[in-house]
Write a protein that binds this ligand. Structure first.
Ligand code: GDP
Ligand code: MG
Length: 445
């Protein structure tokens, strides 16, 4: 058994649990493990390389959320990058905006699942979109290939073009177009001949069929178990015809789904459907996030990080909103802010999110702020009276000496804290000016 990605990343990141931003070397170490995970999921090597480079750049400097480990944070970043690369949260639909009969041409290697997917999609179009569909098999290479489609057509209740033995694919395509026009068919699905390997004769045939039928959609059907070879397959087909999308079959199998990433990277086209079994309704619109989970095997980690991010956002936004509504930012607020910073693992995140925080951050840096300093600042605030906390202007020289003594610090430490507080309350006022809650929500969004 392989170690899970989180075990591996756990090892890499154990030493920096709870620290602030992701450092370059740490990210690179983590990416080595991510790379292995992607290769194990059968993402093609050149795609892995490109992907890892892009994500590394994105991850460096990102802050680690409270209550998650840096390793978990990296998993989330990688997950998001996969989802984004696979098309985000949008579900790509078939483009049927053309004069009928709208043609969908299915292409791919032999055994990839073209004929099965053709019938599945025809069924979807009929049942979900009320389309009048027709299917035609152009596969004259494999004996009984045309009969196979006919049988499936009967199963799903979609007409198939009558078989005339001895016809060439281009002849069948021409006949299918005529029949579809005559019968006022909305969508004509062309199931082309498969090929064992990419071979020029069949490629030429495919192009000739495309000339005749002018497909609105040309879907490359790929077996998700194809693995490393997926890139070659996709490249050869994409080089010959204008693909519009991909159908990924056998997602019910034990493939980790890496082919999805490879296909998308090489063709640049959306994956429109996922085949999930041999039955005629075993087809789904493609869900990038599910596949990302599958590739990384990290669904739990991803939702954990999402929840943590959500919690931080809500808490921070609420606390800040309250302060702003009251139009003040006193020592109690500062104390709370310092605690949050500490548990978030540093100042980077907050300062990065809030314009106007730069000066405050500089003041903090000038005071050489680290965990010990945070504790000391907490002690200083703890030594103030409640009145001083809500109204720091009360702190004259005499009171400062008392506070310094009480907290075991120097008067200059107290002064540094007061300066920082002043910068921060300025920053808070600036936020209020910038549109208050709305502006804030946008920043946190
Ligand atoms: P073609 O040569 O590209 O037309 O491939 P076929 O459509 O004939 O499919 C080859 C085999 O794969 C058949 O036995 C199908 O039932 C099976 N198949 C196709 N799609 C899927 C799928 O999504 N999941 C599973 N488990 N089997 C599939
Ligand atoms: Mg077939």
């Amino acid at each position: 058994m392989f170690d899970s990605l989180s075990d591996r990343l756990g090892g890499v990141f154990d030493k920096l649990r709870g620290r602030g931003a992701l450092k370059e070397q740490d990210v690179r170490d983590a990416m080595r493990e991510v790379r292995i995970a992607l290769l194990e999921a059968d993402v093609a090597l050149p795609v892995v390389r490109r992907f890892v480079d892009q994500v590394t750049e994105k991850a460096i400097g990102q802050s680690v959320l409270r209550s998650v480990t840096p390793g978990q944070q990296v998993v989330k970043i990688v997950n998001d990058a996969i989802v984004e690369m696979l098309g985000g949260d949008t579900t790509p639909e078939l483009d049927l905006n053309a004069a009928p009969p709208v043609v969908i041409m299915m292409v791919g290697l032999q055994g990839s699942g073209k004929t099965t997917s053709t019938a599945k999609i025809a069924k979807l179009l009929k049942e979900k979109q009320g389309k009048k569909a027709m299917m035609a098999s152009l596969d004259v290479n494999r004996p009984a290939a045309q009969e196979q489609l006919k049988v499936l057509g009967e199963q799903v209740g979609v007409a198939t073009l009558p078989i005339i033995p001895g016809q060439q694919p281009t002849e069948i395509a021409t006949r299918a177009m005529q029949a579809a026009k005559l019968q006022a068919i909305d969508v004509l699905l062309l199931d082309t001949a498969g090929r064992l390997h990419v071979d020029q004769q069949l490629m030429d045939e495919m192009k000739a069929v495309a000339e005749i039928s002018r497909p609105q959609e040309t879907l490359l059907v790929v077996d998700s178990l194809t693995g490393q070879d997926a890139v070659n397959v996709a490249q050869s087909f994409a080089g010959e015809v204008e693909l519009t999308g991909v159908v990924l079959t056998r997602m019910d199998g034990d493939a980790r789904g890496g082919a999805a990433l490879s296909m998308r990277a090489v063709t640049g086209k959306p994956i429109k459907f996922a085949g999930t079994g041999e039955k005629m309704d075993a087809i789904e619109v493609f869900h990038p996030s599910r596949v990302a989970n599958r590739i990384l095997g990290m669904g739990d980690v991803v939702s954990l990080v999402e929840k943590a991010a959500e919690a931080v956002k809500v808490e921070d936004a609420e606390a800040l909103a309250k302060r702003m509504e009251q139009g003040k930012f006193d020592m109690n607020d500062l104390r709370m802010q310092l605690k949050q910073m500490q548990s978030m693992g540093g100042l980077g995140m907050l300062a990065g999110m809030m314009p106007g925080m730069k000066k405050a951050k500089a003041a903090m840096a000038a005071s050489n702020m680290d965990d010990k300093v945070l504790v000391r600042m907490d002690a200083i605030i703890g030594s103030m009276t409640p009145k001083e906390r809500t109204n720091p202007a009360l702190l004259n020289a005499k009171r400062k000496i008392r506070v310094a003594k009480g907290s075991g610090t120097q008067v200059q430490d107290v002064n540094k804290l007061l300066k920082m507080h002043m910068e921060m309350s300025k920053a808070m006022k600036q936020i209020k000016k910038m549109g208050g809650l709305k502006g804030l929500a946008a920043m946190f969004g």
